[in-house]
Write a protein that binds this ligand. Structure first.
Ligand SMILES: Cc1cc2nc3c(=O)[nH]c(=O)nc-3n(C[C@H](O)[C@H](O)[C@H](O)COP(=O)(O)OP(=O)(O)OC[C@H]3O[C@@H](n4cnc5c(N)ncnc54)[C@H](O)[C@@H]3O)c2cc1C
Length: 381
């Protein structure tokens, strides 16, 4: 890590990184291929990650979190990526924890955060619908207040952790006539909930072990006390405020993937021989790797700047959008260049670079598409 603040924490972070790496390599990575086939991770893996204190690193201890920093969270994201474990949906879980921390009432935080930290509850955030992705104001899922409950009807799609989640931060319209002021966030506990149904786990071109699913709500009754923050109409504002955090963690995964791809490809190019010499001795290989290594370094310096800004509370929407679009574009480009250097083996699933290639593509789409990122940056010009 490169920034001043991160450098000052480097001893502590590197000891933490060693422990996380050991855990990920021993207890998660060996299951990744099987999780890909079954389309979801084992629930036991969530509980183990909870026991290790890896789920809510930067949530205060009073709510069951590890009481550490965002840099610790980033170390966990980086180590998952390094081990090519993309099935484990910690990103959306952490995002929901941050919504609770920022807007939850004391009772809501005390009720859900400790269970999320322990991995007893798996969280998802459900914004997207068949007719509303980039344009969130088009959300149609409706929540109507009836006494001390909300009656919820609608459906969501592309929801990460959708199959395993038992706590869903649901984007609903509480007042469809009021545009963005009619959007609210409702926390839905799904265990034995009449009218709630998880549809099929969606077939994707990568991230096969992530349970991306459709969710259906037919006359679902949710206690009114589950409204995030206790007031209607704040959902859009809450989403806009938290998106920079979410976009930074997409960039964290992107940069970790770039670094790993360069490392793996350099090793391969040293071993693989053609025309009587190692691939790394050929000028094209050397230049390609030199370019990719340069990208990795620039991305790391910028990312660490972003991590420090999240840590000191000064991250803004435009900078987070820059981080999200630029690092994910570089991730896809660098991994493509690296895969080429593996030749035919790059296209085989026996080598990690093939999985990295397939897993990378969605990074340019979710968390707000890269086109939307450029819109947001352009607005700040
Ligand atoms: C694997 C996966 C996991 C996901 N996880 C979640 C999740 O956990 N929770 C959740 O709520 N959603 C999730 N999503 C949904 C994701 O956030 C959306 O797919 C994304 O926001 C884009 O929305 P859309 O698919 O409806 O595309 P659309 O909004 O229909 O966009 C289609 C194309 O039009 C472009 N476009 C749209 N508007 C503009 C504009 N104003 N200017 C220029 N171009 C524009 C887009 O950039 C895109 O290229 C996930 C998606 C995937 C694939």
């Amino acid at each position: 890590m490169e920034g001043d603040r991160l450098r000052a924490m480097s001893g502590e972070l590197s000891a933490f990184r060693d422990a996380v790496r050991r855990f990920v390599e021993a207890e998660l990575a060996p299951h990744e291929a099987r999780w890909g086939k079954q389309q979801h991770v084992d629930r036991a893996a969530w509980r183990r990650a909870g026991e290790m204190g890896l789920l809510l690193c930067d949530v205060p201890e009073q709510y069951g979190g590890a009481g550490a920093t965002f840099a610790h969270e980033c170390v966990v994201f980086e180590e998952l990526q390094r081990a090519n474990v993309t099935s484990f949906g910690k990103h959306v879980h952490s995002i929901v924890a941050h919504y609770l921390l920022a807007y939850g009432t004391e009772a809501q935080k005390a009720r859900w955060l400790p269970k999320m930290a322990a991995g007893e509850m798996v969280a998802a955030i459900a914004m997207s619908e068949p007719g509303a992705g980039s344009d969130l104001q088009g959300v149609r899922t409706r929540a109507v207040r009836q006494g001390d409950e909300y009656l919820v009807n609608g459906s969501k799609t592309f929801i990460s952790n959708g199959y395993l989640a038992n706590l869903i931060c649901l984007v609903v319209k509480t007042d469809p006539q009021s545009g963005s002021k009619g959007v609210s966030l409702l926390m839905v506990e799904t265990a034995d909930l009449p009218g709630f149904r998880c549809g099929r786990i969606l077939d994707k071109i990568g991230m096969h072990g992530q349970d991306t699913a459709e969710l259906f709500f037919d006359d679902v009754r949710v206690p009114a006390e589950n409204l995030l923050g206790g007031a209607e109409g704040r959902g859009f504002h809450q989403l806009m405020e938290q998106l920079p955090w979410e976009r930074t963690i997409v960039a964290v995964a992107a940069v970790a993937a770039i670094e790993r791809a360069v490392e793996l490809t350099t090793e391969y190019a040293r071993q693989r021989r053609a025309f009587g010499k190692a691939l790394i001795e050929m000028q094209n290989t050397r230049f390609k790797l030199a370019e990719c290594r340069t990208t990795a370094h620039i991305a790391r310096v910028f990312l660490d700047h972003c991590i420090e800004r999240v840590m000191d509370g000064t991250m803004d929407a435009a900078t987070a959008s820059m981080a999200k679009w630029w690092t994910t574009e570089q991730q896809c480009r660098v991994i493509d260049e690296c895969l080429q250097l593996f030749g035919g083996y790059g296209y085989m699933m026996d080598y990690p670079i093939g999985k990295m290639y397939a897993d990378a593509r969605v990074q340019k789409i979710y968390g707000g598409t890269n086109e939307i990122m450029k819109e947001l940056i352009a607005r700040s010009l």
